[in-house]
Design a protein around this ligand. Structure first.
Ligand code: SF4
Length: 338
């Protein structure tokens, strides 16, 4: 690093580690949400709107591929043009880095960051449909003929019939991703899911929802909060499963140190693997995780596994521990099927 007059260092996530002694160097300037969260200084317009250098990591990626990595593992480095069509969001959720914004506005044309040689597009927009000019932006995207995805998800609560028809016509890359962060949104989330199913009853497209858990909007984090939050999380999972949508559990940092960290880990392990979620109830998942016989034999042999002196795995123990602490929640949700 001493070879350079100036080094700019940014990171997206607060928990990304920076090696000791780097930030202190005189030629280093830091920035980005990972360092400053919602107080990060904006970039100069010339920098914000520059064509990304998609070859910055070429030698690093080549090295990874050479050492056993697959193209799929590094697809975002190789196959995608990445950028923002819009910036900002009007919702001001208290856990979000965007809470200083009051609206969503046009940021850039896709042509500003598209490398024509790359087959796909990845947009990092926070709330695309909240932008008044979303239709103009997406028609440019469609002109490119490339498949695309909104990696950060779309706001399901803003869907109208018009927007549903629009998004179902997109050459979309992967699952449609939305968020169901608050059980209070249940009426609107359900109404829109129902409408999608009415308009497209036979669609094979997948709808996935980020499900935030472990975040107390009141900041209290007492026992009553944890139990309520676990119940709310299961309830959101149940609603999504009812409409054939997939949950993806996002644990707020406090969930990792919660007295109920074990059950949060198990809920995430169950939901975040679609092939497991679709096939097993929560109870089945916890029981068979770690058994030598594996998931597929569960229904036949977990009793014989125990009879043979098999030891219960940690997921099973976490499940039983929660069962003894909150039997009313366990009774209601442990046999929920995905
Ligand atoms: S809706 Fe999403 S992007 Fe908007 S403030 Fe909430 S979490 Fe952030």
């Amino acid at each position: 690093m001493d070879r350079f007059d100036k080094v700019y260092l940014s990171k997206v996530f607060t928990d990304t580690q920076v090696p000791d002694g780097v930030i202190e160097r005189e030629n280093v300037t830091i920035g980005g949400t990972g360092f400053y969260y919602d107080k990060a200084a904006p970039l100069l317009a010339e920098v914000e709107h520059i064509m990304p250098d998609y070859h910055l990591y070429d030698s690093w990626v080549e090295d990874k591929l050479h050492n056993g990595g697959t193209r799929k593992d590094y697809t975002y480095y190789l196959d995608y043009s990445i950028g923002f069509l819009t910036r900002g969001c009007f919702r001001q959720c208290s856990f979000c880095v965007n809470q200083n914004y009051k609206s969503c506005s046009r940021h850039a044309s896709v042509y500003e960051f598209m490398d024509p040689s790359r087959p796909k597009l990845c947009f990092l927009d926070d709330n695309f449909f909240a932008c008044p000019d979303w239709r103009g932006l997406i028609s440019e995207v469609k002109e490119t003929g490339k498949r695309f995805q909104f990696k950060q998800g779309l706001d399901e609560r803003l869907l109208t019939d018009d927007k549903i028809h629009e998004l179902m016509s997109w050459p979309y890359d992967g699952d449609y991703i939305f968020a169901f962060d608050n059980i209070a949104d249940r009426p609107v989330i359900e109404a829109k899911l129902k409408r999608i199913r009415e308009l497209y009853p036979t669609t094979k497209k997948h709808f996935k929802f980020y499900v935030l858990c472990g975040y107390d909007r009141g900041g209290v984090y007492d026992n009553a909060f944890w139990l309520r939050d676990i119940q709310d999380t299961f309830e959101r999972v149940k609603i999504l499963a009812h409409y054939g949508a997939l949950p993806y559990i996002m644990r707020f940092e406090k969930a990792y140190t919660s007295p109920y960290a074990g059950i949060y880990t198990r809920i995430a392990g169950w939901c975040n693997q679609p092939s497991i979620f679709k096939k097993f109830t929560f109870r089945e998942y916890c029981i068979c995780k770690g058994m030598n016989s594996g998931y597929n034999k569960y229904k036949r042999d977990y009793q014989s596994f125990l009879a043979d002196g098999g030891t219960k795995g940690s997921a099973w123990r976490d499940m039983e521990s929660f069962l003894s602490q909150a039997p009313q929640i366990a009774d209601k949700y442990f046999d929920l099927a995905g």
